[in-house]
Design a protein around this ligand. Structure first.
Ligand SMILES: Nc1ncnc2c1ncn2[C@@H]1O[C@H](COP(=O)(O)OP(=O)(O)OP(=O)(O)O)[C@@H](O)[C@H]1O
Ligand SMILES: [Mg+2]
Length: 341
């Protein structure tokens, strides 16, 4: 087989969980023919994905192919389809922050809302896009769940506004907040692209995106369609969440999305009556992950009943909470600003 034929076969192999070829994603670093043997070098961090890809490559090229591995490069010149850079569907936004996690329910939406409001409190113009099309919680958390979609005279969607930020969510398009969406993922992706292009966001200093949990289609589409300035990863300290967030970190490194830092949520609990500290989900996990992947730990937020209550009432704790609750999110915003300004 010639190098060209090998490349053709590799082009058909998709990165696990993503609808993109490993050649496009520049995961294939090099192909060599050495003494009649094919040597393929992959540049990637994700152990599980490496195992899975090795199997697929052997299926495609035969068992005697040699597969070598190198860590992901710092900045790769990835082929995003038509261009060598991500598209920019949001030229009106100076910076795009994607709030994401490996596991569900760890507090992404809460962090997205309060980080957005904290940035607005610092004087920045902020838009918050709820990209969790199957579980759009943002409208409830910012108190706009009763609102319905509106268009202006230019046929643009008018975002809702509260607490100094502009907000757009699929939740505003359904008859009621608990209407389930049964969209195929391609439809979900088009809806999000429409929210990027057809919403009257105005000029933004920050577009914050609240991602659905996991590492799938929507995450990848956002990375292709937007130049993400920084991904903020949210985790809780227990081992299963840390495993999932490691996977997400490695995926972002493999697809070249810069990581702004890690937020450890529900880090500990201080009993309101005795003031005793309980490490409900374990201790030190966030710090360890931050060290392991060399990413900053932006903050540790305790499990705080007030955070849950304020969020459910549509009044973000960073705006309406006590000094301590405001502080959790303000300090995360400050640390992030140091990274991205
Ligand atoms: N630090 C905290 N203390 C107490 N409750 C919290 C805290 N952070 C989040 N919560 C609550 O935990 C629940 C889940 O949080 P949230 O919806 O932000 O998670 P998520 O990661 O966005 O979930 P999903 O994966 O479903 O989108 C919510 O009820 C929220 O109010
Ligand atoms: Mg959420």
């Amino acid at each position: 087989m010639s190098e060209k034929e090998i490349l053709k076969k590799l082009e058909k192999i998709l990165y696990p969980g993503l609808d993109r070829s490993i050649v496009d994603l520049k995961v294939v670093e090099n192909i060599r023919l050495l003494e009649g043997k094919t040597v393929v070098t992959l540049s990637m961090q994700n152990d599980e994905a490496f195992e899975a890809l090795s199997r697929k490559i052997k299926e495609a090229l035969g068992d005697d192919v040699k597969i070598e591995r190198k860590g992901a490069q710092k900045r790769k010149d990835i082929n995003y389809g038509h261009t060598s850079a991500p598209n920019n569907r949001a030229p009106y936004a100076k910076r795009v922050i994607a709030v994401t996690s490996g596991k569900g329910g760890v507090g992404k939406s809460t962090v997205s809302v309060n980080l957005s409001v904290a940035l607005a409190q610092e004087g920045y113009k902020v838009g918050l896009l709820d990209a969790d099309v199957y579980g759009p919680n943002i409208p409830r958390m910012v108190g706009t769940a009763h609102e319905k979609l509106q268009w202006n005279e230019n046929d643009k969607i008018v975002p809702s506004e509260n607490f100094g930020i502009k907000i757009m969510s699929v939740g505003l398009t359904t008859p009621s907040s608990d209407t389930p969406l049964v969209w195929r993922s391609s439809v979900a992706v088009s809806a999000l692209i429409q929210f990027l292009e057809d919403v009257e966001w105005g000029e933004l200093d920050f577009l914050v995106i609240d991602m659905p949990p996991g590492t799938g289609d929507i995450q990848l589409t956002m990375a292709q369609e937007l130049p993400i300035t920084a991904a903020v990863l949210v985790t809780t300290p227990q081992p299963v969440a840390l495993d999932d967030v490691s996977r997400a970190i490695m995926m972002f490194k493999d697809i070249n999305v810069p990581i702004g830092g890690l937020v450890e949520n529900m880090s500990f609990f201080i009993a309101p009556d005795t003031k005793k500290r309980y490490d409900i989900f374990g201790k030190g996990g966030g710090e360890e992950i931050a060290k392991r992947y060399d990413i900053p730990l932006l903050g540790q937020i305790p499990l705080d009943m007030g955070v849950r209550e304020f969020s459910d009432e549509g009044t973000p704790p960073v705006a309406m909470g006590d000094k301590l609750q405001k502080g959790y999110y303000k300090s995360i915003a400050k640390k992030l600003l140091e990274r991205v300004l």
